[in-house]
Design a protein around this ligand. Sequence first.
Ligand code: GTP
Ligand code: MG
Length: 338
Amino acid sequence: MTNQARCPHTFKPLEPGATVSPYTELPLPPGWSDGVTHCIAMAGARASGKSLYTAVVVKQLELLAHRHGRQVNPLDESTRDRYREVYETPLYKEMRHMAPTPQITSIDAYQRDPLIFTLGRWPDDEGEQRMHYLVLRDVAGEDLESMNPPVEELEFFRYADLIIFLFDPLKVPQISSYLQGLIPHQLGLGGNPEDVLANLEVILGDARPDLAVTISKFDTLQKLSQLPDGEWKAIMGNEGSTFRRDNGWNYDLHDQMMLDMEIDALLRYVKADKLRHQLATAYDGRGERHFFAVSALGESPTGEHLSRQGIAPFRTTDPLRWHLDQYGVFSDDEVNLL
Ligand SMILES: Nc1nc2c(ncn2[C@@H]2O[C@H](COP(=O)(O)OP(=O)(O)OP(=O)(O)O)[C@@H](O)[C@H]2O)c(=O)[nH]1
Ligand SMILES: [Mg+2]
């Protein structure tokens, strides 16, 4: 499970001791090649919730790190400034939506540079304490939905440790028709997850990084438990199911396996057959994939504004912990209970 330091832009491997990336010719942060890099890319259609998820998951990781006696910090000024301006301020200070992420070829494409955070010192695969870095790349849904996706600019996907593929349950007709009247009308829904997945396959070529297939905006589905008696109420109102409850700060493999099976069953129930089939052909026997369900907000926004009840994230760190747990980073047996 050797995870050597990788170039933060291209996610490609680096030679030991490298101080400059041979791929971008940009200097690497000091001490970079002594650390362990976790390269994570967001994927999904427009408005599937990638940027809001990015904003929220960083805050959640900060809280998680605190429990483990560590800190999650932006590595450089660029990450700090961009995280603050693009992600934190609109969501946490102005309580409004974020603008759609611009296409990667546009001048204002802030996501061309990765967001880099330090995760603190953790053992590497030989038990030696090393600095671990999280490198997150947000992507424009517009690029991933495009008939001609900018494959070259998105080549980093091939080298990612993990792709978090978000899809919006409101794009599934059987779900959205039931939700009418239960949640405020959603502005500007994006494209189909199936088209994005097909493009992602083109971008990936033969590579199959771990894929977290993640239902976003899960709060909308949880509303189905409020329907009068019926099958949806039985499914979403079942107190025993893993997707009814948050796992707090714990990460438990058994809980994750249950969640994976329950989401799979849910997708079968809503007849998301095309997506399931696409995933099976693209990944089965060729790479690891796992189902997740997250909500960055915890509540549907009304028009331009977020819920007055504030932000109540649900299971947002699960996909990241699926990857990090293999390295013992934020593993529960490490919890500093002081
Ligand atoms: N109910 C609910 N709505 C959400 C949630 N997360 C995002 N949304 C809604 O989805 C919209 C789009 O979210 P973004 O994070 O900007 O979507 P994106 O995937 O980054 O979109 P692009 O940048 O265009 O690719 C938001 O403005 C919210 O209205 C959530 O957890 N719950
Ligand atoms: Mg975005």
